[in-house]
Design a protein around this ligand. Structure first.
Ligand code: F6R
Length: 241
């Protein structure tokens, strides 16, 4: 695991976007694994800038997202589909049928998980997976205790995770209780992984990640089993190292 520290979150976003752009330049039909949340917003903004200044095209690229809430329509203002359109897809040239998220409104959620897992395989696997990290070490919505052998599955969200995500909803009661997430093994099957962490609120988890033994109680420690993981942090997230 290679940890690289940047001055601030703007630089982190530019560098993360540059790594994604290099991946697409080398392989225009690459499959990107994408994340939502606060952390990748700057990365997506920079990707949009690169596209608008004609330095990057995602016309041939396909994307699969890590997760989606259960029970929200895909056009709900807080669905991850809406997030992805708002922060990236609506501003770049990726065709509408080349980006995928799990369908959290499927009538049979277990079948939906199998379908999503199969889809990733049919696309040829993920070339570069972008990740954030929760303060409890979650990756995707794989909360502490999730087996490392997990594939795409339905999860009940940790109370802390619901509280943290409540900032996007008008009240905590509106935050969904369940989500579909890629599993840890699905994530580890990606060819390359880029984890981003910025801000003081991530300093403890980054300190812990560096030292942590590999154990399901700390899901991000599974990344130590992968040979090509880069972690980009800003100075604040690195302040307790
Ligand atoms: C998002 C996801 C989550 C977030 C994590 C960090 O798709 O799967 O694991 O990456 O909760 O969220 P932020 O970036 O908001 O701190």
């Amino acid at each position: 695991m290679n940890i690289i520290e940047f001055a601030d979150k703007d630089q982190l976003g530019r560098e993360a976007a540059a790594m994604i752009a290099r991946t697409i330049e080398a392989k225009p039909h690459a499959v990107l694994g994408l994340a939502t949340g606060g952390t990748p917003v700057d990365t997506y903004r920079e990707l949009i800038r690169l596209h608008q200044s004609k330095q990057l095209s995602l016309k041939q690229t396909k994307t699969v997202n890590l997760d989606e809430y259960v029970g929200l329509d895909s056009d709900h203002e807080n669905s991850y589909m809406t997030y992805m359109k708002r922060h990236l897809f609506d501003h770049i040239d990726i065709p509408k049928d080349q980006y995928y998220l799990p369908n959290g409104n499927a009538s049979n959620l277990d079948l939906e998980c199998l379908r999503y897992e199969q889809l990733i395989q049919d696309l040829g696997g993920i070339d570069l997976q972008l990740l954030g990290i929760g303060q409890n070490g979650h990756i995707g919505f794989n909360e502490p205790g999730t087996p490392f052998t997990s594939r795409t599955h339905v999860v009940q969200l940790d109370e802390n995770t619901r509280q943290t995500n409540a900032r996007y909803f008008s009240s905590i009661d509106e935050v969904p209780t369940y989500a579909i997430t890629m599993g840890i093994e699905s994530i580890l099957s990606s060819k390359k992984i880029l984890l981003l962490a910025s801000g003081k609120s991530k300093a403890k988890v980054i300190q812990y990640l560096e030292k942590a033994e590999i154990h399901p109680d700390f899901p991000a420690s599974a990344l130590k089993l992968h040979q090509d993981v880069t972690v980009f942090i800003d100075r604040e997230a690195g302040s307790l190292r």
